[in-house]
Every structure is written in structure tokens, then in C-alpha cells.
Design a protein around this ligand. Structure first.
Ligand SMILES: [Zn+2]
Length: 199
């Protein structure tokens, strides 16, 4: 039972596909669009397009980037011999907010989840092993989530990296069991990073 003009109904139907947006929120967004100056909405639409068209994965660490190599990998101040492994680009953003980490990252772009049929082959691991060899890496910090998938992934990575003799640590203290890294606040995360344990 659509009470709206066709174009509004079409926009609502697109908006409710967005994560966390139900029909009521979609209607509120439509009201915002109608109330806002044309330039504001043009800017919003073009920002969405710009992100979609220009953002790609960093060739080295798989983080989101506008350039072939991301800003963190390009930064000569960042330690290339310290690598923190995370599941998603959002995790990099969260750790960066804690502002205490001066190493580099490796984003797996997923986690091992037998229930969803996702195994090690679905993760970006190949270029990690190459980096470990090329950069004379001193320490690898495993910062996958504290849920089942994250722990399974951490275990897999431990078995994979441990034989190389590289120091391997796991963050965890303060991160509640079963939780996602991206919902941790900067203070908790920075403490978890400082008190990482060798495995
Ligand atoms: Zn990078």
C-alpha cells in the first residue's frame, strides 16, 4: 500500500536495502532529501559515487585506499617490521583511532567460518607470507575478532606463522569474548594492544 509518488517509493525501496535502514528510517531520509538544498543532495550523491569509483584495496595490506598503496603503507614513519593482522578495513580505522600503534597492517578481508563455508582460501593470506619474508618482520600481532570465527582464524594464522620463528602476539585483554573489534572503544583497544600476549 504505497501512498507515495512513484519516485519516492523507488527511493524508499533502495534505501531499505542499506544496512540498519528500515522503512521508517527510509521515509525520514526521504523527508531530509526533500527539505535539503539541491546542492547538499547533489554532494551526497556524488560522495557516494566517488567512494564507489575511487576506493580500492591497497596492493600491500588490502586496506581501503584511493591509491594503489595506502597512506599507512606509504608512511616512512610506520614500522614495516611490525604487522597487525585484522579481519576488516573497519578494524584498521578503529585501531588508528587509538593512535598508539606505529606499525603496519594486514587486512584479511574475512575470517574462517566453517558454518558459512569460508576457509583459509577465502582470506587474503598469500601476500602476507610474502611480506613476512621481504620485510624482515620482527613481530606479528593477531587482532582478529574475539568471536568463534576470529579465534579460528587466529589459530590458523598461529600454525601458519609460528614455524617461521617470528614473534607472534594476540591482543585480547579488555576485549570481551565474542565481540567484534570494531565496536571496541579506543581506550580499551589501546590497552588491549599494549598488553598483548605472546603465543
Ligand atoms: Zn596498505
Amino acid at each position: 500500500m504505497a501512498h507515495h509518488a512513484d519516485s519516492i517509493e523507488r527511493l524508499i525501496n533502495r534505501l531499505i536495502k542499506l544496512p540498519g535502514i528500515g522503512r521508517r528510517s527510509a521515509e525520514r531520509i526521504v523527508a531530509y532529501v526533500l527539505d535539503s538544498p539541491l546542492e547538499e543532495i547533489r554532494g551526497l550523491a556524488s560522495s557516494i559515487m566517488k567512494v564507489k569509483e575511487t576506493i580500492r584495496f591497497c596492493r600491500i595490506c588490502n586496506n581501503l585506499s584511493e591509491t594503489e598503496v595506502c597512506k599507512i603503507c606509504q608512511d616512512i614513519q610506520r614500522r614495516k617490521d611490525l604487522i597487525c593482522i585484522v579481519e576488516k578495513p573497519g578494524d584498521v580505522a578503529v585501531i588508528e583511532k587509538s593512535a598508539k600503534y606505529n606499525g603496519t597492517y594486514h587486512v584479511l578481508l574475512g575470517s574462517i567460518s566453517p558454518l558459512e563455508g569460508k576457509g583459509p582460501a577465502d582470506l587474503k593470506i598469500d601476500n602476507l607470507l610474502l611480506r613476512l619474508k621481504q620485510n624482515n618482520v620482527k613481530e606479528v600481532i593477531i587482532a582478529t575478532d574475539a568471536d568463534t570465527e576470529g579465534e579460528t582464524t587466529a589459530l590458523y594464522l598461529t600454525k601458519l606463522i609460528k614455524p617461521s620463528g617470528i614473534k607472534l602476539t594476540r591482543i585480547g585483554v579488555g576485549i570481551p569474548v565474542g565481540s567484534n573489534l570494531e565496536y571496541s572503544d579506543p581506550a580499551t583497544l589501546s590497552k588491549a594492544m599494549e598488553s598483548r600476549q605472546e603465543i
